[in-house]
Design a protein around this ligand. Sequence first.
Ligand SMILES: [Zn+2]
Length: 452
Amino acid sequence: MGIGLHPNAVWYTSSGALLGAVLAINTQISLPPGSGTSFNADMTTSDVVETVEASAALGLSPVIVSTAPTQVLAKTELTVGRGDTLLGLLQKNKIAAADAHAAVTALNEIFDPRDIRIGQKIVVSATTNSAAPDLDAIRIAVGPGHDIIALRSTTDTFSATTLKAQTNLETQAFTGVINSSLYEAAVDKGVPAPVLVDMIRLFSYDIDFQRDIRANDSFELMFERRITEDGLVVSNGEIEYASMTLRGKTFKIYAYEHTENHIDYYNEDGKGIRKALMRTPINGARLSSSFGRRKHPVLGYTKMHRGVDFAAPRGTPIYAAGDGVIEKRQRWSSFGNYIRIRHGDGFATAYAHMKGFAKGYKVGSRVKQGAVIGYVGTTGRSTGPHLHYEVLKNGGQVNPMKVRFPASKSLTGEELMAFQAVRKSTDVAWSNAFAERDVASLCDGNESRSVE
Ligand SMILES: [Zn+2]
């Protein structure tokens, strides 16, 4: 669609009043956001939005502002299609090549134009008084509450700037009862998938997500998220607190920030939850753990079977259970694609039947705990996609679910005291999150009663 012809375009007529307003704010390089987001760009108050919009569309050039009063401004939204480049998209919409090129060149300082995605919206403001519109500004939303803008600064040049919405932190608290799997129960309650994957990973040291979970087990989860004033989620923060109650036994984990941006997790006594090896070295969110279809757990531990099987969809990522060195990585008879990692304290772990190995490793490579080393498959002697996981101690297989892994770090002294203070305030934040919710639900109840 052409800029000047778009039926839904917002049109402005330039006037002396507008010119005054433009001059009053002409030191600011700002545009109001499209999607109704309020931006904290030093200037935007709602009562001047229209003026600002016009000024931004006009650009900050007195040359343009002072053109004939017949001049009109158009703002239109373009959608990136398959095969579009930013430059091509602008030109396809009748923006002069020189303008399009200058604007894209300016944007390039803060944004790689190749990063535009199919379906992305690009808002273009142009001044039209003839067949060829003069480009004034381009705005691209690159993330929630995060826009980038190229704005005409003189008749010939453009400058680029970033606009970020003002954000607030909001505590998110979830609790739920598990009916089939933690993953389903948590997603059902609205827990964002990436946070849930983090939570599962944190519990993977203690919990076997395929066998330990039963109907009526439950979970708790609290984290902060950053949202714009309009409620757009900009980012989910780190987990602050989580618990899992399995057959009456509760595991709690608390975040503790040792130094800025260095967070680690501890149980309520200040004992580190990260252990040298993980019991569930696989993306637990993808395990097939429906109660009805699961094999009896005891069947996993016969004498013939020296490991634990995790049934999971083909392609599910498999993690290195601990830091170590890869000592075998090959096709190995009935094990199919097989990796063995040597860890400290006489421990090794082995992973079999993989569909394939993750790239970038070879025998002798160092791996970090949690690194993806391969993907679930059914190579070798295997009846369906699963990970066969073994823990070896001094060369012999041990039961991964029973073996005591080397103790994890415990906080002591002043650090333990500091942790306990954090834990207490986390507990208070947790109960407050639900106190507020309870009050809200009481109010709802009163209202419904008064209606009766
Ligand atoms: Zn097996």
